[in-house]
Design a protein around this ligand. Structure first.
Ligand code: SF4
Length: 403
């Protein structure tokens, strides 16, 4: 099959910077964005059909940022719904195979950029992007027999699509809640982000979702079965070496091997001692604030500066790349709901600041006695205001509970 630009894994990791940007979809400047893969019956979709609902690249202004939804419908005799999140993550990989096209993020937090060079070569319509995706889905994953792709830019249709997406994401996340690390024999690993962060290894447990927030333990299991030679793989837990930090011998062995020796000990639930590495597509960041001995949370969707005066992009730049950095941790937001969330440091009781939107999102999982003691951007915009707030509400960090 012929395409206007080249495709292949050699373009993974390629960035489209501001100076070379022709147009972008999603990203921090737009509110509505999302992507979803849905399994259909064989007779429900027309193979290779690419549809654009709303304005396409030629209808939009160069240099602009536009909202977008991507729906990938797949069909095949052996497909089941459990595989949807795994196929959904492939949107990220396959899009990044396209020369001059960049895809970041997942779910309703995506960011796509088309470069000027790619447009010059003929990548002038989203149909061309869909054509590549359609080709890769069926050629790389023979289990998929048919694929149809729809890009939605029409504002009204997009709102409907996004609410469907949010309901599906919620259902997926709820499925794994209640399971524990002790109740399973295997965890799953993912090295999909090694194209951007070569030594990064995600360890996914029932109580620790992948940093992108898109891969749960169930998804890791399904992915490793669909494609045993792919980036997802089972991880034998081995012996529990440290109950507080949650260090398993089997996890250490796998991380050592897959990170090429960069990390040899992983604490699954600590931000300080041998913390999990961070790639670049994490949904949020947990960061230590020494002035109050507490932990802050920042999310990719938060546009302002954090309470320490640094925006997400700056902090993410320092943290990403696959290194273990004490005091910083890329996280999936769902991890905040985990009973083991940073248990070595006191869990949610150690949180002192987070964006209002995140606090509302995980409200039901924050203990009642601490909820009002966690500041948001509305309570504290800098460290002085944070100290004043935490003293006033008598946050546990101020009484030396964690000293
Ligand atoms: S963040 Fe982790 S789980 Fe998600 S795609 Fe990257 S390596 Fe895989």
């Amino acid at each position: 099959m012929e395409f206007k630009v080249e495709i292949g894994p050699q373009f993974e990791g390629e960035r489209v910077r501001k100076d070379d940007l022709y147009i972008e979809f999603g990203g921090p400047k737009v509110r509505s964005k999302g992507e979803l893969v849905t399994v259909r019956e064989m007779d429900e979709i027309e193979h290779d059909k690419i549809t654009i609902l709303g304005p396409d690249i030629p209808d939009l202004e160069e240099g602009g940022s536009y909202q977008i939804g991507t729906l990938v419908e797949v069909a095949g005799a052996e497909l089941d719904k459990d595989m949807e999140p795994v196929f959904e993550r492939k949107i990220h990989i396959y899009s990044n195979y396209i020369e001059g096209f960049m895809h970041l993020g997942q779910r309703n937090d995506i960011w796509m950029r088309v470069s000027k060079d790619a447009v010059k070569k003929g990548l002038t319509t989203l149909k061309e992007v869909g054509k590549v995706l359609s080709y890769l889905y069926t050629s790389e994953l023979p289990i998929i027999e048919k694929v149809a792709i729809t890009y939605i830019t029409d504002p009204q249709k997009l709102e409907e699509f996004i609410s469907t997406c949010l309901a599906v994401y919620k259902e997926r996340d709820e499925r794994v809640r209640g399971m524990t690390e002790e109740s399973v024999d295997e965890f799953y690993g993912c090295t999909l982000c090694q194209s951007f962060a070569p030594t990064h290894v995600c360890i996914i447990t029932p109580e620790r979702i992948g940093l992108c927030g898109a891969i749960s333990w169930f998804d890791g299991r399904a992915a490793s079965r669909i494609d045993p030679l792919g980036p997802f793989f089972p991880v034998e837990k081995g012996e529990l070496l440290d109950e507080n930090l949650v260090v398993y011998s089997g996890v250490n062995d796998v991380v050592d091997e897959r990170s090429m020796g960069e990390s040899s000990v992983y604490s699954l639930h600590s931000i300080f001692e041998n913390p999990h590495t961070s790639c670049g597509c994490f949904e949020g960041i947990a960061f230590y604030i020494p002035e109050v001995d507490g932990i802050g949370i920042l999310s990719r969707n938060f546009n302002g500066e954090s309470v320490i005066g640094v925006p997400f992009s700056t902090m993410a730049g320092e943290l990403s790349g696959g290194k273990q950095i004490e005091g910083y941790l890329g996280i999936g937001i769902e991890y905040l709901r985990s009973p083991k969330f940073l248990q070595a440091e006191g869990g949610l009781r150690r949180i002192v600041w987070m964006p209002r939107e995140i606090k509302e999102r995980v409200k039901d999982d924050i203990p009642e006695d601490i909820f009002d003691k966690i500041a948001t951007e509305e309570d504290a915009k800098d460290i002085d205001a944070l100290i004043e707030f935490l003293n006033r509400v008598e946050h546990p960090v101020m009484s030396g509970e964690f000293a």
